[in-house]
Design a protein around this ligand. Structure first.
Ligand SMILES: Cc1ncc(COP(=O)(O)O)c(C=O)c1O
Length: 360
């Protein structure tokens, strides 16, 4: 609809600015130096090595690059492959709603059963008692996502400890979607599942270079998990994907060596979030600052009673601004009159969007 009505598009999560020229140059160099044939099945060894170093620096967990890290076609493929490797007919997978949209299709196509836990309405926190009540003898997996799309909230250390405690003694696997790991604000610390011994022993950590380096169209990410889990993962990966874009992996292996390239990301996006929020300060929208991700939720119940889908459509058609209604990610399309806006956009785009929103 954004295209059809020529609207400013703050709906899907991708930047409308270019990545670092140095990264583009590294890809050109790799292309011209002849890295144009199949890469290693599990990923370029040099890249896996830097990924292992990064995780070890940030989360104090050592993954063996040989056997515990696999480069994937974005986090989506890592998630799909982990689900496919472990979920079969009748296996239950716990999913927190609202949830990013790639989890349930992966579960269902493998004949698994999604079991839902709705996050609390006001602050998107998890009711851990309710979570525990959903665990059954058929529960095979839990999918978590922090920082969280669409809410922009983050799981705290206490949340991760609750999860760890709840799963202790079970053989339940965790798929931890951490694609926004470096986009965190206000001094918040990303609590990777890899930080917690028992969680790490049962988790697939799924990450995305697309999100981290402003190259969502390259679709390169990775997955880290203990050897026994990764062995199973690779049995599916080998015959579905075999290997990921070789020249891009060369470029990333060099670019990732400089931590400044990802550690500065929170500050970069926080400026955008702060601009967006301060420009809307006098508006009729309600907002709680996003803690992480490049999404900001705006509540509009002071403005209209329309459903979020209706209001989002009207915003596009009449006001030329696209957002995403949160009900589409919710259980039973629950509608709390909230829209999601992506602020991974240039200053100019954000300014235009806030002018439109301030007119309500
Ligand atoms: C929460 C979440 N997980 C996974 C993905 C997909 O990541 P990738 O593009 O690396 O497959 C996205 C993309 O929007 C996302 O928001």
């Amino acid at each position: 609809m954004a295209k059809k009505y020529n609207a400013i598009n703050l709906s899907q999560g991708f930047p409308n600015f270019e990545p670092d020229q140095r990264l583009l140059d590294l890809v050109s160099k790799a292309l011209n130096e002849g890295h144009n044939q199949y890469a290693h099945m599990a990923g370029l060894p040099e890249l896996r090595e830097v990924i292992a170093n990064k995780i070890s620096e940030l989360h104090n967990r050592h993954y063996n690059p040989e056997s515990e890290i696999t480069v994937t076609i974005g986090a989506s493929q890592a998630i799909f492959t982990a689900v496919t490797a472990f979920i079969g007919n009748g296996d239950e997978v716990i999913v927190f709603k609202p949830a990013y949209d790639c989890y349930e299709p992966a579960i269902e196509v493998n004949r698994g059963i999604p079991v839902y836990v709705q996050l609390n309405d006001d602050d998107f926190t998890i009711n851990w008692e309710e979570f525990r009540s959903k665990i059954s003898s058929r529960t095979r997996m839990v999918i978590i996502n922090t920082p969280h799309n669409p809410s922009g909230t983050m799981l705290s250390k206490e949340d991760m400890l609750e999860l760890q405690k709840s799963l202790k003694g079970t053989n339940i696997i965790v798929v931890s979607d951490e694609v926004y790991e470096h986009i965190v604000f206000d001094g918040n610390e990303h609590q990777s599942a890899s930080r917690f011994d028992d969680l790490a022993s049962r988790s697939f950590i799924c990450a995305s270079f697309g999100k981290t380096f402003h190259v969502t169209g390259w679709k390169v990410g990775y997955c880290a998990a203990p050897t026994e889990l990764m062995n199973e993962f690779r049995k599916t990966h080998q015959f579905n994907v075999f290997c990921v874009d070789h020249p891009v992996q060369y470029a990333l292996a060099t670019y990732l060596k400089d931590p400044a390239h990802y550690l500065g990301l929170g500050r970069f996006y926080q400026e955008k979030r702060d601009f967006f929020l301060s420009a809307l300060k006098g508006s009729r929208f309600t907002m709680v600052p996003s803690q992480g991700t490049y999404f900001q939720l705006l509540g509009y119940s002071n403005i209209t009673n329309e459903s979020d889908v209706e209001f989002a459509k009207r915003l596009i058609i009449e006001h030329k601004l696209a957002s995403i209604p949160i009900s589409v990610f919710n259980l039973g399309a629950r509608d709390n009159k909230v829209l999601r806006f992506c602020f991974a956009k240039t200053q100019e785009t954000l300014e235009k969007a806030t002018v439109i929103l301030n007119n309500f």
